[in-house]
Write a new protein. Structure first.
Lengths: 316, 334
């Protein structure tokens, strides 16, 4: 993530406890992020989360080589009948069985990882960009600008997140792009609120006063001192949002907002159609469901460990 | 106290006003305009012109907004495209079902979440703590509708312990007058109907309540841990106060503040979750109606329901804020 810049060493102490007892942080200096990553390496939760996320990204990137069949292919069309769907291990060519369209479940799960990764990354990036823009403007200007923007955020927060995403998707029409924008936009208010409060908190710090006393311009103080030090909670929320985005994307797909063909390789879509075959082929629901849950778990574990390692109070 | 309530209510009004403006603009920005949204993409130009005239969509936007606001303030939220009935009526018809479901889900979430969180904090770092942390992590990351699937498959399809869908067995002829079917059965003395309605609530409530449960476990754990290490608890111990008194009067009461906030915040999540849970269990509450409205592009329903939910949300937040002063006298002083 390029938005995560390491703040100048001199400003870091204000964001947390200045001196850490020796150990772990030595090779990174004493910067906030260096410290945080040093602690992350020693946290089993973070390691587990990283492994899950790493595997997920790997599968998503290598989908064309890992998947036995293409994402759009329906190789087993001849094997299925309305009452018979070959399950796990029943036909050697399709290790995880077929779905009701004749698609190979294993291939679809692998291509689904790719779809989830793209949706998660793009929507979270959109949410971050929009939220940070609003947050920076509100946090930097304060006064009536802040008031107007925060009331707008209040309004958006008064609608449950998923409903907000659904409403936005309704304007944009169906399809993956609409889902990404909808989920991203529904996360904007959270990021905006978070960055603003984080910036307001930092603005009262001594190092800001020091920078002002040195005669630095307001823009320099805001952009190169306050902002980098305010990013912590936003980055944590961004990681956690990746989990939410994967789940929400599946939910929107499940609600029929995904568009495109019904056999599209998407975890949420696979769950939608599994509903009808629950009695004869429950694995069709279990497999994509477990994939969604594990992916979300990976991002959540990592995000929470990151939060803990950035939180000065948790340093013991 | 009254002044605080009045002030809070006054603060909610601009938010709702803003939301109604956004919802108004939202319907006008739908692809093809509101008339196409109403009639579908294959509508003839004549039909669209007719609808535009009928609903006043051809008038200047400012004028439309005033008519819209006038109607909203008199309680006219338009009519559903699908059923033709007033949106307000549709909401009132289904709302009790969702409330019933939400209450059972909350009882499940709080009833298990609070003790589990407390136990985790008490045995911090021990097996019970690890178990509750893992359980709550799984609870947070599992998608609601997937959990609903699993519950339905295991307990309704395979084991047959609970009914798979609906609110009541169609063979039971029950009298309904409040909209709360369990309550109806209890009031009319039709206990079998009440029991049947209750068994229909269990699986959806567990599906709906699991995420809030997980979140309540975590917040309770963190909050109890923080309070237990507070100076006043140490002082109380030093004074030789009975452990149970310390737990009830010092730890729990102080640890409850963030928990109450969290429970209040969960209600918004419950409504989102209800859309998915009610769909899986074919449970006819506002959530399922909303999901159907999304499918059918029934915009008056979506518009009205989102506004109602926001009002509800605001009321809940108000109650949560006010409940602080009951739990924490320090808030009352400020």
């Amino acid at each position: 993530m390029s938005s995560v810049s390491v703040p100048p060493a001199g400003t870091a102490p204000a964001a947390g406890s200045p001196k850490k007892p020796a150990g772990g942080a030595a090779d990174h200096g004493s910067s906030l992020w260096g410290d945080a990553f040093a602690r992350l390496r020693r946290n089993p939760q973070a390691v587990a989360g990283t492994i899950i996320v790493f595997l997920f990204v790997l599968v998503a990137l290598l989908a064309p080589w890992l998947a036995p069949f293409g994402g759009e292919e329906l190789p087993g069309q001849r094997e299925i009948r309305p009452t018979v769907i070959p399950g796990i291990g029943e036909i050697a060519a399709y290790p995880l069985g077929l779905d009701r369209f004749g698609g190979d479940v294993l291939s679809k799960l692998i291509w689904g990882a790719r779809a989830s990764l793209v949706i998660g990354l793009v929507s979270t990036a959109l949410g971050l960009a929009g939220g940070m823009l609003i947050g920076i403007i509100a946090g930097a200007f304060g006064g009536w600008v802040d008031n107007v923007l925060m009331r707008l955020v209040d309004i958006l927060l008064s609608v449950p997140n998923l409903l907000l995403a659904v409403s936005i998707a309704a304007i944009l029409g169906q399809g993956p792009l609409a889902i990404m924008i909808a989920i991203g936009a529904s996360q904007v208010p959270i990021f905006a609120r978070l960055l603003r409060s984080s910036m307001l908190q930092q603005r009262t710090a001594d190092y800001v006063l020091a920078a002002q006393t040195l005669g630095l311009s307001r823009r320099t103080v805001t952009m190169s001192h306050v902002l980098p030090n305010s990013l912590g909670p936003v980055v944590v929320q961004g990681t956690l949002s990746l989990a939410t985005a994967v789940i929400d994307a599946a939910a929107l797909s499940f609600l029929g907002l995904g568009g495109g063909r019904p056999e599209t390789a998407e975890w949420g879509r696979m769950l939608t159609y599994a509903q009808a075959d629950l009695a004869i082929a429950p694995q069709l629901a279990f497999l994509p469901g477990i994939c969604i849950a594990i992916t979300a778990l990976g991002f959540t574990l990592f995000g929470e460990a990151l939060r803990e390692s950035l939180d000065p109070r948790s340093r013991r | 106290m009254l002044r605080v309530i009045a002030k809070r209510i006054l603060l909610v009004i601009p938010t709702l006003f803003g939301l109604s403006l956004l919802l108004f603009l939202w319907v006008r920005s739908l692809p093809g305009g509101p008339a196409t949204a109403l009639l579908g993409e294959r509508a003839t130009p004549e039909a669209i012109a007719q609808i535009n005239e009928l609903y006043g969509f051809d008038k200047p936007i400012v004028e439309q907004y005033f008519t819209y606001m006038q109607r909203l303030l008199t309680g006219d939220f338009g009519a559903s495209i699908e059923t033709g009935r007033p949106v307000l009526e549709e909401f009132a018809l289904r709302f009790p079902a969702t409330i019933e479901l939400t209450i059972v889900a909350l009882i499940f979430a709080i009833g298990i979440g609070l003790p589990l969180g407390y136990v985790a904090a008490k045995y911090y770092g021990k097996a019970a703590d690890h178990v509750s942390v893992v359980v709550s992590l799984i609870g947070i990351t599992i998608p609601v509708f997937f959990l609903a699937f699993i519950l339905k498959w295991v307990f309704a399809v395979e084991l047959g312990w609970f009914p798979p869908d609906g609110r009541q067995d169609s063979r039971i002829d029950a009298t309904h007058f409040t909209g709360f079917w369990v309550l109806d059965g209890l009031l009319t003395g039709e206990y079998d109907a009440a029991w049947d309605a209750f068994t229909h609530l269990i699986l959806p409530a567990i599906a709906l309540g699991t995420i809030p449960l997980a979140i309540i476990v975590r917040i309770t754990r963190a909050s109890v841990l923080e309070v237990t290490s507070a100076d006043y608890v140490r002082t109380a111990r030093a004074k030789g106060i009975h452990e149970r008194t310390i737990r009830d009067r010092f730890v729990l009461r102080n640890a409850m503040l963030p928990v109450v906030t969290t429970i209040g915040l969960q209600l918004g999540l419950l409504i989102s979750g209800a859309v998915l849970t009610e769909t899986v269990f074919a449970f006819s509450g506002i959530g399922r109606f909303l999901a159907d409205a999304i499918f059918a592009r029934d915009f008056p329903v979506l518009q009205g329901f989102i506004l109602f939910i926001a009002v509800l949300y605001a009321i809940i937040n108000l109650i949560v804020d006010l409940s602080y002063s009951l739990i924490d006298p320090r808030v009352r002083v400020q």
